[in-house]
Design a protein around this ligand. Structure first.
Ligand code: PLP
Length: 386
């Protein structure tokens, strides 16, 4: 009898799992085999080989991720950047042009500004909150528009519906990095995005023990990206597939807790006299709060803030907060704290960061699963030293 799987919580646990269970194993076994006995495939991409992302461990993840975002197909990759670079090269190369949001994860920004010119891919950055300005940025060879669900590290929520409509009107592929929202808070295919990309290193895995990526969306695009990734070689190892599958099963309980905890912490920080600015779309005074309420089921576990006394105060806060670990990355079960200027956005010049609105004293906090009241008490103490 086929399992009844409707809600996202049920999909996390049972979606895409083999039926019948392999050897009766309740947890999908790891197929740690680089190659598989030929089954008559004549096409290179259909040979069964880890680099071709088609072992049983990959296939379970592909089915599960597609189900989670109500999309047609999915692909996992060896890192978020492997998914992003393979997707963009598959869609925009050769000789194409990309319109990209002007405040992006630093690695994506570096890929676009440093590597793409060498590959003959052109790009222009758009104010993703000003759709009226996009048309004049179009080139004859523009192939895609690229945005992030919530920008890193300022948590801006751009006009995502306008990006989809603009792409449809001009025959572009609409691409979104959905890492910060996760499928619990936002499923891009539901508002018409062609492709959603993830650093699965973050919320999807959630346990800070692997790097992984995902591309989820239209079947024809996922197939093109798969073929590109097969040549570029950025496949996910079956053991990492297993860890990712295991992490994904608890995504809903983790992310909903993180949504609640981050909102309480954002409210605490906002009310504190030593805090100059808090960026969190769940706050009523965030410039994109109403849009975020319309689009998302929750506002995520990441927030950023600036202290009234700038960089020195930020460094003191990081040094004196006892719970958060000072490390880049986000979306895991432990609270992480970082200054993007030194980590995720250090590849940008000071001037580029200034244009993007990333102050040197900006602190980014990825809220984990610790007791919210412990975190608030810890931050209260750390602010006393700032
Ligand atoms: N996209 C976003 C929004 C990120 O924050 C990151 C990493 O921090 C990436 C993509 C890249 O992911 P990975 O480190 O898994 O390659």
């Amino acid at each position: 009898m086929a399992r009844l799987i409707k809600g996202i919580e049920s999909k996390l646990i049972h979606g895409g799992e083999p039926e019948p269970l392999i050897g009766g194993a309740v947890t999908m076994p790891i197929f740690q085999s680089s190659t598989f006995e030929s089954a008559g495939a004549t096409n290179y991409h259909d040979l069964r080989y880890i680099r071709l992302s088609n072992t049983p461990n990959h296939q379970v993840l592909h089915r599960k991720l597609a189900a989670l975002e109500n999309a047609e197909a999915a692909l996992v990759a060896g890192s978020g950047m492997a998914a992003i670079s393979a997707a963009m090269i598959a869609i925009v190369a050769p000789r194409g042009h990309l319109l990209a949001q002007n405040c992006l994860y630093g690695g994506t920004y570096d890929l676009i500004t440093q590597d793409f010119p060498e590959l003959g891919i052109e790009a222009d950055f758009i104010d993703a909150d000003d759709p009226a300005s996009w048309r004049e940025m179009l080139h004859e060879n523009t192939r895609a528009i690229y945005v992030e669900a919530m920008s890193n590290p300022l948590l801006q929520v751009s006009d995502l519906k306008a990006a989809v409509a603009f792409a449809r009107q001009h025959g572009l592929v609409s691409i979104i990095d959905n890492t910060f929202a996760s499928p619990i808070n936002f499923r891009p295919a539901e508002i018409g995005f062609d492709l959603s990309l993830h650093s699965a290193t973050k919320y999807l895995n959630g346990h800070t023990d692997i790097v992984a990526g995902a591309a989820i969306g239209r079947r024809d695009l996922v197939e093109r990206i798969t073929h590109k990734l097969n040549h570029l070689g950025g496949a996910l190892d079956p053991h990492a597939c297993f860890l990712l599958s295991r992490g994904i099963k608890t995504l809903a309980v983790r992310v909903r807790y993180q949504n609640e905890s981050a909102l309480k912490i954002a409210r605490f920080l906002e009310a504190h006299p030593k805090v100059a600015q808090v960026n969190y779309p769940g706050l009523e005074n965030h410039p994109n709060h109403i849009r975020a309420c319309e689009l998302f089921d929750g506002f995520g576990g990441v927030l950023s803030f600036e202290l009234t006394d700038g960089v020195e105060a930020a460094e003191n806060f990081i040094a004196n907060a006892s719970i958060p670990i000072s490390a880049p990355s986000l979306g895991g079960i432990e609270t992480l704290i970082t200054r993007p200027t030194n980590t995720s956005h250090s590849g940008m010049s000071a001037q580029e960061r200034a244009v993007a609105g990333i102050a040197d004293g900006l602190v980014r906090l990825s809220v984990g699963l610790e007791t919210t009241e412990d975190l608030i008490e810890d931050f209260e103490g750390a602010l006393g030293s700032c």
